[in-house]
Ligand binder design. Structure first.
Ligand code: KMH
Ligand code: ZN
Length: 269
């Protein structure tokens, strides 16, 4: 099997300091957290930003500040979010892509998201994909529901996504596809064989989905965006313990860990 790429979604858009005091918020705090997970074995950081009140923000200046620290202090692959938070405008969401990071997330369909709707109409997704192409940014296709794979294949046919595609299966969002082994295997059957893939599990499903990713030859995403607990009722004291546990688990299961340089080769960046 290929070496394992560990992505860390350091902060997300929904988690609050009330839920965990370990959540990084400012660009400097996010960069410090990135440095720690880099040391622990991560090769990609998935970035969201927060404004000075801790609210989710797609402000390009906040991204630019965090990216500049991370690029100076590590060789991590930076993946900006184009999902932002539910209800943000398309113009806001796409802003960080224009900084030309190496990667950006790209959700290729709409999905219920708790009591809300994470809205991704096709014309908007095409526009985001076009912006990625213009800035030479590799999209990570975020799959919350099976139909989003077909939408990505349609984008590829239209020349808006380039093979080999890279998918992230985000399983266990309330309103989306549940985090089960059967669902993961079903999704794997739908992607082109040239693709790379990673898997994220929400909440208590994070560790089980990551374990399947390691065993099945995929890659894994961990981090506070998806889960703030180390074990039932016990908060993780930062993102790093989640990464360290995955490194041990992967090594126990005979998967070695990709450096950022090796991850770039695997993903064709
Ligand atoms: N915050 C969610 C509504 C992404 O980063 O691309 C969407 C999200 C996906 O986080
Ligand atoms: Zn995200």
């Amino acid at each position: 099997m290929e070496k394992l790429i560990i992505t860390v979604a350091l902060v997300g858009a929904e988690v609050t300091r009330q839920q965990t005091p370990y959540l990084p918020l400012s660009p400097r705090e996010i960069a410090d957290e990135a440095k720690k997970v880099h040391k622990a074995g991560a090769s990609i950081v998935h970035l969201h930003m927060r404004d000075k009140f801790g609210n989710p923000s797609q402000d390009k200046a906040l991204f630019a500040e965090a990216i500049s620290y991370i690029q100076t202090e590590t060789d991590l692959i930076i993946q900006v979010s184009t999902g932002g938070a539910v209800g943000m405008s398309a113009e806001d969401r796409v802003q960080p892509v224009t900084l030309a990071p190496e990667m950006a997330s790209l959700s290729t369909g709409s999905v219920n998201f708790g009591d809300e709707v994470f809205s991704n109409p096709s014309p908007m997704v095409r526009e985001f994909a076009r912006t990625c192409l213009i800035h030479h940014v590799k999209p990570e296709v975020e799959v919350f529901e099976a139909g989003m794979i077909q939408n990505a294949l349609t984008l590829a046919k239209q020349g808006l996504l380039q093979h080999p595609l890279h998918f992230n299966f985000v399983l266990g969002v309330p309103g989306g596809l549940p985090a089960t082994a059967k669902n993961l295997l079903f999704l794997l059957d739908l992607i082109p064989s040239s693709s790379t893939w990673t898997v994220s599990g929400i909440g208590r499903h994070q560790l089980s989905m990551n374990t399947l990713g390691i065993l099945l030859g995929g890659h894994v995403r961990t981090g506070f965006e998806d889960n703030i607990y180390y074990s039932k009722g016990v908060l993780s004291e930062g993102n790093t313990p989640l990464v360290t546990r995955l490194v041990h688990l992967a090594e126990t299961l005979d998967r070695s860990i990709a450096t950022p340089l090796e991850a770039r080769k695997i993903l064709g960046i």
